[in-house]
Design a protein around this ligand. Structure first.
Ligand code: 1GP
Length: 243
């Protein structure tokens, strides 16, 4: 069943906002999976993303396997490398780092991954990934050896997102970087959203309900939060699903 992207489109057309909890296999203790995922299940989260910039081989597979035992939410790979692809997930964000000019992250890793992907059941969702500067160097910047787009150049960020859409990417992801000092600004989100026809993902540095709502109000369709939950699981208390 490959319906994850269509469900995202449906939510966007209904005006529903989506929230993905990002779990980085490199930072997450496997024995905490059940407790953590139960909190995710009780929250307003709609998706679980799994991935990181630097993850030891096999860790992703083991973690996804464990997560799937405890939730019905779709588990989507958000891979930093080819080694993070596992058939146990439901879908894969096939990320091309279109803010950078490193051919490895624009197309190289993708070619390498084909032997793994062609026989898999993963729903593959082409995603334009755009790194925007946030005041400090991020892991994405370091690992990919690319520069983020200057945050003051809103038009260039918008044109990059639009170029991704015109190339056929089905999602655009505005990334401030994991643990960013400041999330993507409202003005960037709203300008990009105005120009785009595909759903917009926003992540990096969002640590409060207020920042989450501000991203939604500016036009983010799906927000990704990781570090805030890694640092303090009580954040889930403010995001409980209404019953
Ligand atoms: C990182 O956008 C995600 O790739 C989430 O960022 O860890 O800062 O929430 P945080």
């Amino acid at each position: 069943m490959k319906h994850i992207y269509n469900n995202i489109l449906q939510s966007v057309s209904n005006g529903d906002k989506l929230l993905a909890i990002l779990i980085d296999p490199d930072k997450f203790p496997l024995n905490n999976t059940e407790t953590f995922v139960n909190k995710v299940n009780e929250s307003i989260a709609t998706h679980i993303f799994v991935g990181g910039s630097e993850v030891e081989e096999q860790l992703t597979d083991a973690l996804v396997n464990e997560i799937k035992k405890h939730t019905q939410l779709p588990v989507i790979l958000f891979p930093g490398d080819v080694t993070q692809i596992t058939n146990k997930a439901d879908a894969l964000l096939f990320l091309s780092l279109i803010s950078g000019r490193n051919p490895e992250y624009l197309i190289g890793k993708h070619v390498q991954s084909v032997s793994k992907l062609k026989d898999s059941n993963l729903e593959i969702i082409p995603t334009g990934y755009i790194l925007v500067e946030n005041g400090k160097e991020t892991a994405v910047q370091r690992v990919t050896n690319t520069e983020p787009l200057p945050r003051v150049n809103v038009q260039y960020i918008t044109d990059t997102a639009k170029a991704g859409e015109l190339l056929g990417m089905k999602l655009i992801y505005l990334e401030a970087g994991s643990g960013a000092c400041e999330p993507i600004s409202e003005s960037i989100i709203s300008k990009v959203k105005k120009e785009l026809n595909v759903p917009l993902i926003v992540g990096g540095g969002i640590k409060s309900k207020k920042q989450l709502e501000s991203a939604y109000n500016s036009g983010a369709d799906l927000v990704v939060i990781g570090t805030a939950f890694e640092e303090d699981e009580t954040f889930f208390d403010s995001l409980k699903k209404k019953t």
